[in-house]
Design a protein around this ligand. Structure first.
Ligand code: HGY
Ligand code: MN
Ligand code: MN
Length: 427
């Protein structure tokens, strides 16, 4: 079992809460939290995280996509590494905990371990990714994909709402897109990735547990649907002669809702963004572009649902004399977490006197990209009312203190196998 560093869990929770508040104050808007990838706010948040890393005694570097890396290498730079961390970008009008909590807790855990003088045979990198949400560009997980060595160069031509390309934004951030490939870790030198994250759902609160362990991260598809009809005068065109793009889009939105509700794998579908042209009160909509976010614990049922939706959308368009074009701009498969990490995290939580439920994550996470590099594990923290992607998102200092303590215990018990191979994780 080895020694257990004495921990002041309350103090860890208080520090986590104040660091979350400090990051939560860095926003592009004075009246709500929005921090998008490669923006001045991303820069300010990255600088704050880097200063915390230095204060904790970590070395600091930054890669070509702005991922801030805090290095703790007690066994030297060549030793295999454990990766911890999460993301510091947010959705529009976000909560303060989504992503940032995982970076803060990882930092507090490594600082605690380092200050206690532990000398494991491996190193730890704390990572702060900047593009998990995909809120600025129609890309997502680009920063974590880069460290995993699976960055898609096609992402470089993606454009934000102002027409700025991903590539130009990387340059404006002071980085060179040509350096993106060198952000990738050598898979032989990485042991595993562990991410703490607010649950973003109600399960832990209902089960009255502060912490949970993730069994799998749900797969997701993101679509853009363009419906084209015919503009016309709102007062003179009889209903039977209209080709109203918005009503067609509305029927399609209801169709995808029906498909999701009929699924038996907990499928969810969301139309989060709708753009109507010309968008005048007295003009029949000529063109509508809307997004669909579709997720399921089963990849096959998600893909079947996409096929069914495509068929339904074309039927609706034909019936209404509309055009419809559907393009998928994001697709990530369901990722199982590693059983060995699940067990180690559960044992760490048990040492603190709690039983952590094992549960799937409906939310997507950087771990889905990092799973291409190494085994991944996730620790969930109770979320008040299950509310997330919402300024009311909240996790208590007590629960965050416990999560930081669980990461400390996880690290204390984590040893490389005697064989010395990099992966200290058995499948
Ligand atoms: O959308 C998600 O699941 C994540 O918060 N990006
Ligand atoms: Mn997140
Ligand atoms: Mn999120």
């Amino acid at each position: 079992m080895g020694q257990s560093i004495p921990l002041d869990i309350e103090a860890l929770g208080r520090r986590a809460a104040s660091m979350i508040e400090a990051l939560g104050a860095i926003s592009s808007s004075p009246d709500h939290l929005t921090r998008l990838f490669l923006t001045p706010e991303h820069r300010r948040a990255a600088d704050l995280v880097a200063s915390w890393m230095r204060d904790a005694g970590l070395g600091v570097s930054e890669d070509a996509l702005g991922t801030v890396r805090g290095h703790w290498w007690p066994a030297g730079e060549e030793a295999p590494r454990l990766l911890l961390g999460s993301h510091i970008d947010t959705v529009e009008d976000a909560g303060k905990y989504d992503g940032c909590m995982g970076v803060v807790l990882a930092l507090l855990a490594v600082e605690t371990i380092a200050k206690a003088g532990l000398k494991p045979a491996y190193g730890i990198d704390v990572l702060a990714f900047g593009d998990e949400e995909g809120s600025r560009f129609p890309t997502t997980l680009s920063a974590s994909s880069a460290i995993a060595g699976v960055f898609q160069p096609s992402m470089l031509v993606a454009k934000d709402a102002d027409g700025v390309s991903f590539e130009d934004a990387v340059r404006a951030y002071g980085k060179d897109p040509a350096d993106i490939p060198s952000a990738a870790y050598d898979p032989n030198r990485v042991i595993a990735y562990v991410e703490a994250h607010i649950e973003q759902g109600p399960v832990l609160e209902v089960e009255d547990q502060p912490l949970g362990i993730v069994s799998a991260i749900a797969g997701a598809s993101r679509l853009s649907v363009t419906v084209t009809g015919e503009a016309g005068h709102a007062g003179t065109v009889p209903m039977r002669l209209r080709h109203d793009a918005l009503l067609g889009a509305a029927e399609m939105a209801l169709a995808v809702e029906k498909i999701a509700k009929a699924d038996r794998h907990g499928m969810v579908a969301t139309v989060g963004r709708v753009h109507v042209d010309p968008g005048a009160v007295n003009v029949i909509p000529a063109r509508v572009v809307f997004t669909i976010d579709l997720r399921s614990g089963s990849d096959s049922s998600r893909r079947d649902a996409l096929t069914r939706f495509e068929r339904e959308a074309h039927k609706i368009a034909d019936h209404r004399g509309l055009g419809v074009v559907i393009s998928a701009f994001h697709e990530v498969a369901t990722v199982p977490c590693y059983r060995d990490l699940e067990v180690r995290l559960s044992n760490a939580v048990a040492e603190l006197g709690h039983r952590a439920p094992v549960m799937p994550s409906g939310a997507g996470h950087d771990g889905q990209a990092v799973s291409k590099l190494c085994p991944v594990g996730m620790l969930f923290v109770r979320c008040k009312g299950g509310v997330s992607h919402n300024p009311a998102e909240y996790a208590s200092p007590a629960d965050m203190g416990l999560a930081a303590a669980a990461l400390v215990r996880f690290i204390e018990r984590f040893e490389l196998p005697k064989t010395g191979s990099a992966t200290g994780v058995s499948t």
